[in-house]
Design a binder for this molecule. Structure first.
Ligand SMILES: [Zn+2]
Length: 400
């Protein structure tokens, strides 16, 4: 049921609401209609709403997870053990493990099975205050399975009343049946798979894994050209394991974001800045792969490029279902400040997805997507790991 309520005794971080006198807000029929001081409730109607004393809770926008591979079947825990014994991610991928093993399992799963496996993952993220999420395909690599994944992304949005951006990642890895024929597969993606899924209304954006074990710069360009023709925005898995200058290419297409970026060059930074492309940092994958090359955070900061942070949830290289743990890792591993990490999972993540106003911000006149955190200091969101502070989420105007 859409909320009608007046919350008092709340605190707003200056990041999101600069008026330090504000300590209350009102929601009418699910829409945030007023933020201010409890002594100045503007209308009799609002004053008549039930007053909820929030006990000094800190209010932030609902969290936004702007990079996930949430819909898949199969298990990859054994790869964790292999990596511990010294086998690299690239070696696992080249031996038929990695993404390809998830592809096999995802192809075999029915749509119902796949939904049932994916739903608890979404629930885990929502339970921490996530109000919007991106979900990529890319474990199908054929029309039917890519469609199945994207349909589930749409179904999850409806089932959980949550904002979902569905990203086509058909160019994730070369499917086994196209082994040694990557360009032929790319042609298939461009001429057939992507246009068909676009026609079915299943695609909001297009992504590519540009990497030695993914696709070349030229192949990435083919996919982006097609996306451009269809009027779809693009983003890129860029410079995760090596510098391919993918970020510079993506920027020429006005990419929404470039993601990972451990090996980003100064040319890539300059191109992203000129294009207004968001840098999406994925500390979960960095941690799980025990990487040592850090993304160039000081240079991104210096260039004033917005930095988003996301879980990159996937079964192999970032089996993480905690937005708050990801916030902690962004600070601990990448040396983001607390404010940067909080903005990374709110304002900048919403910008990375080009979400409508009201996501990633506290905006009067929009459906309420807010979290009230029962913490003394907002830094507790990023400081603690392995637990979630008490909180209340209002997602799409409904108390959850
Ligand atoms: Zn990813």
């Amino acid at each position: 049921m859409k909320l009608n309520a007046l919350y008092t005794n709340v605190r707003f971080p200056a990041l999101f609401w600069p008026d330090s006198a504000a300590n209350a807000f009102a929601i009418e029929n699910g829409v945030l209609t007023w933020v201010g001081n409890a002594s100045q409730v503007p209308t009799a109607q609002l004053a008549s709403f039930a007053h909820h004393d929030a006990g000094g809770a800190w209010v932030t926008p609902g969290l936004v997870d702007c990079h996930t591979h949430l819909v898949y079947a199969g298990h990859r825990a054994h790869e964790f053990a292999s990596r511990l014994s010294g086998v690299s991610y690239e070696e696992i991928a080249r031996a038929g493990g990695g993404i390809v093993s998830t592809v096999r399992a995802t192809r075999e799963a029915s749509e119902t099975e796949l939904f049932d496996r994916s739903a608890p993952r979404l629930e885990a993220l929502l339970s921490e205050g996530v109000c919007a999420i991106e979900i990529k395909s890319g474990y199908g690599l054929d029309l039917d399975t890519e469609r199945k994944q994207l349909r589930i992304a749409r179904k999850l949005a409806r089932a959980y009343d949550v904002r979902v951006c569905a990203t086509f990642l058909g160019a994730h890895v070369v499917p086994p049946e196209f082994s040694g024929r990557a360009q032929e597969y790319i042609n298939e993606v461009c001429e057939w798979i992507l246009p068909a899924l676009y026609d079915e209304g299943l695609v909001d954006a297009v992504d590519v894994f540009c990497e030695r074990i993914g696709f070349t710069l030229a192949q990435t360009q083919c996919v982006f050209d097609k996306a451009h023709t269809l009027g779809l925005p693009v983003k890129l898995h860029a410079e995760q394991l090596s510098n391919m200058e993918g970020a510079a290419l993506a920027s020429t297409y006005g990419a929404m974001s470039c993601d990972h970026l451990e090996h980003l060059s100064s040319a890539g930074i300059a191109a992203m800045k000129a294009a207004g492309t968001v840098a999406v940092l994925l500390p979960g994958a960095f941690y799980a792969l025990r990487e040592t090359v850090l993304p160039p955070v000081p240079a991104l900061r210096e260039a004033n490029i917005p930095m988003a942070v996301a879980t990159d949830h996937n079964p192999g290289t970032s089996p993480c279902l905690s937005a708050l743990l990801t916030m902690n890792m962004a600070c601990t591993l990448f040396r983001l400040t607390v404010d940067e990490a909080v903005l990374g999972l709110t304002r900048h993540a919403a910008h990375a997805l080009r979400l409508e106003s009201g996501y990633g911000a506290i905006t009067v006149g929009t459906p309420a997507n807010l979290v009230m955190w029962k913490v003394h200091d907002l830094a507790e969101l990023a400081c603690h790991f392995g637990g979630v502070p008490a909180h209340v989420t209002i997602r799409n105007g409904v108390l959850r």
